[in-house]
Design a binder for this molecule. Structure first.
Ligand SMILES: *Cc1c(COP(=O)(O)O)cnc(C)c1O
Length: 405
């Protein structure tokens, strides 16, 4: 692999000079993407094993989704919700039916979908449960990632995401992820919801004990609170199910989705719930200029069609089992733990390995792009359209790099 610093440095320098330094990217400057592959400005080819944190479950530039985007862009892109448009109703019907909820509320980014879930839960608490004004509490979990707004970082436990952004929004209590008893202890009569990632993605693909989500469900039923699952990263096939939390036999009262909802082409997110919850919104109580625009609806409809027609959920479950077998067979002393759900894996390295950043940089040298999360964990999340042969190609490289440490 040639030394990329030389040629790519032009773009890297521009970025460093003109863009805020709120990320620490690998020094690969991507110029083109197709399927599971990307090419940098020098023509080097890489397999993308991160898939934009699951936004690219359908792969780069999926022809069906691109066609939908282009066609709709020519027809009608944005009306705002001041007027109705002919794509919005049919799409909300399709998404609601697919995920099994009465109603959909469309937004753009994942963080906005989570904000919507928080607003819905609080209003439900006041209007339906009868919590005294401004006393609503939501239980969240240690190691969570739900986005970057000031309210959401108010209940982050990641100092990097939080530090310097106070004063913070009150009304959140943080329990250890996976600990039912501690969660129960935080419940009060003002608890309106539990907000949880079924599997913590940014946390490093942390899978809670099998009885955790069923236990939260039971707790919410007993104490009259909503179970809200943030499926923005775990959902739409990544974990081997359309919604990861359903793998535990549970149904959430509300879900947030985003990322793969548009197959990497356009920011589209949504909050879904039944009428008893969604009914708390009335005209003027919430909204977004771009939320539910016809271009978003057309793109998201095609993105869902691809997931269904190409059986990406089933593929993720099946290839995920193979991925897990292969990773476990590496049997390396520098690997502390391997966590796999569908085509989604966290490889946690021992401190002796010297950090996962080094591994992602070495993998990039082998033509494989992925990224560390926190210091010691490598997160693997290839596009779900990957074939078994391509997966083998990647696994060979991962094994080679890990063995060389
Ligand atoms: C990415 C993510 C978000 C935030 O989505 P954005 O589109 O970046 O705002 C929220 N929740 C989870 C679980 C995520 O993975």
């Amino acid at each position: 692999m040639p030394e990329t610093r030389s040629e790519s440095s032009r773009w890297i320098d521009l970025e460093d000079q003109w863009s805020a330094h709120n990320y620490h990217p690998l020094d690969v400057v991507i110029a083109r993407g197709e399927g599971i592959w990307v090419w940098d400005v020098e023509g080097n080819k890489y397999l993308d094993f991160l898939a934009a944190y699951s936004a690219l479950n359908q792969g780069y530039g999926h022809p069906r989704i691109v066609a939908a985007l282009v066609e709709q862009a020519k027809e009608l892109a944005l009306t705002s919700r001041a007027f109705r448009n002919d794509k919005f109703g049919p799409f909300c019907e399709k998404l609601s039916k697919l995920l099994g909820y009465d109603k959909t509320l469309m937004m753009n980014t994942g963080a906005e979908a989570v904000e919507t879930a928080i607003k819905a839960s609080r209003r439900w608490g006041y209007q339906v449960k009868g919590v005294p004004t401004d006393q609503a509490e939501i239980i969240v979990f240690d190691g969570n990632f739900h986005g970057r707004t000031t309210t959401i970082v108010s209940f982050s436990t990641d100092e990097g995401a939080r530090s310097g952004y106070g004063p913070f929004t009150p009304g959140f209590k943080i329990a250890p992820f996976g600990d039912l008893e501690a969660t129960r202890a935080l419940f009060t009569e003002n608890t309106v919801a539990i907000l949880v990632e079924p599997i913590q993605g940014e946390g490093g693909v942390i899978i809670p004990p099998a009885d955790f989500l069923p236990g939260l469900r039971k707790l919410c039923d007993e104490r009259n609170a909503l179970l809200i699952c943030d499926e923005i990263q775990s959902g739409l096939g990544r974990a081997g199910a359309l919604l990861a939390h359903t793998l535990t036999g549970v149904r959430a009262d509300g879900v947030t989705i985003g990322k793969a909802l548009s197959g990497g082409l356009y920011p589209v997110s949504a909050f879904l719930a039944d009428d008893a919850v969604m009914g708390v919104f009335d005209p003027g109580s919430h909204g977004s200029t771009y939320g539910g625009n016809p271009l978003a609806c057309a793109v998201a409809e095609a993105a869902l069609d691809v997931i269904i027609d190409e059986q990406l959920v089933e593929k993720s479950a099946k290839l995920g089992k193979y991925l897990e077998e292969r990773l476990r067979a590496f049997d390396l002393p520098i690997v502390k733990e391997i966590r796999v759900a569908g085509l989604w894996a966290g490889i946690e390295l021992t401190p002796e390995a010297g950090g996962a950043r080094k591994v992602s940089e070495a993998l990039r040298g082998e033509g494989l792009l992925c990224k560390e999360t926190h210091v010691h964990t490598l997160r693997l999340a290839p596009p779900l359209i990957i074939t078994k042969d391509e997966l083998d190609w990647a696994l060979e490289r991962i094994e080679k790099v890990l063995r060389a440490i």
